[in-house]
Ligand binder design. Sequence first.
Ligand code: NAD
Length: 471
Amino acid sequence: MYIAGQWCAGAAGRTAPVLNPATGEPVGDVPLAEPSDLDRAADAAADGFAVWRAVPVARRTALLHDAADRLTARADHVGRVMTLEEGKPYAEARGEVLRVADTLRWYAEEARRAYGRIIPSAPGTLLSVRREPVGPVAAFTPWNFPAGSPMRKIAGALAAGCSIVVKASEETPATACEIVRCFDEAGLPPGVLNLVFGDPAEVSARLIASPVTRLVAFTGSVPVGRLLAAAAGAEMKPVLMELGGHAPVIVCADADPVLAARRAAAAKFANAGQVCTSPSRFLVHESVHDAFVAAFAEAADAVVVGDGLEPGVTMGPLANERRLAATAAFVADAAGRGAKIVRGGERQGRRGWFFPPTLLTDVPPDAEILHEEPFGPVAPVVPFTDLDDAVATANSLPYGLAAYGFTRSAATAERLVADLEAGILSINHCGGSVHEAPSGGVKASGHGREGGPEGLDAYLVTKRVSHLLGD
Ligand code: NAD
């Protein structure tokens, strides 16, 4: 862990093993915090905030750029570390590291634009609005983007002038440590960034209740998000919640089904489907259904499953045994209700947590996979006749994170944009997020945005100042 600028173990020396998903074997141990460690981290964040908020923005920006350059220079190593603990293919892991270094650079520059405003008022008065850092942040990040999730929060908080305590995932701790190392070496003052691990429920309860914490940021599942938002609500603390989704992909009658299938499959099997915006319900017009399924099956056949450190592998194992069990259960449930398994469907090998690209058709409406986020490499395809019905199905779940539409008609595209309940909408592609635009959900998928000016705004509070001049 990293508290008050020092690397440390937990006060009681407790640890948990970190497992390589490709083998199931331990690759290291993660230290676990005691309550006293968490209190120390909160105190450090209070001290760090007092220092950091007073650092001129130009120096803040320069330091964040320095950390980003260090991370870029280390991308090969950090990518390898990430593959060892999360399983994604090395090229994907290294790409994530390079991308998050850029995220940090983007926030470093956005820090210069935390503008307030002057409001016209009576002569002799100055009425203004100032934007100030909200204060120390408690952040909780998951295992699926071991660099991406922590960095979005660290970059937003630090750019805004906040300090932060991050509890990164105990399943992918080393990537988070590598990120923190870059800030440490860049000369970040002690206490501005703190990294802890432990029992997630204990850590979040203590840090959210700490009087030091002014904002709670979480990425993860809807149930845990509800828990943390409720705990923060009891303390009247604002939250930034990036929760799960169940992204519909609507392929209209006028779309190119082959192109749609190729693009959707590429997104579906990225990180073995363990992405909150992963396309996960494929609603395909009946006239293009068979062509879509054939092209999707072809794309699934082209995926090379294996240890992410092996050259040529394009999809790694699932990140943990829970996902393997959950993925197998979704497929068994759908098959039990009459769905047809076109590709995949069963665990691959006995060593590691591999599950192949899986394609299901004839999936009945009551199959669990059409209601619960699969978070695995399974694509259920459902035909539709009427676009109104497809939109109603897409909007029928409590989730509202990402949605995708494929159509050649600008009018149909705009209709989907208007009617789909989602915080992130992509037309004719399933591309990922970019730092300069906001990501986040509606409905149970959370609130607040990461990325774009909104991503900085999340870490700022507004102060109205009216100044009577002249006395
Ligand atoms: P989970 O619900 O147990 O945990 C999700 C994340 O929250 C993990 O990182 C975990 O360490 C953390 N967590 C759990 N309890 C916590 C607590 N009380 N306080 C603070 N953090 C806590 O599920 P899981 O098995 O790790 O992941 C499975 C599900 O989580 C998936 O089906 C998916 O829906 C969701 N998930 C979403 C994202 C995302 O990017 N939105 C990322 C990872 C997992």
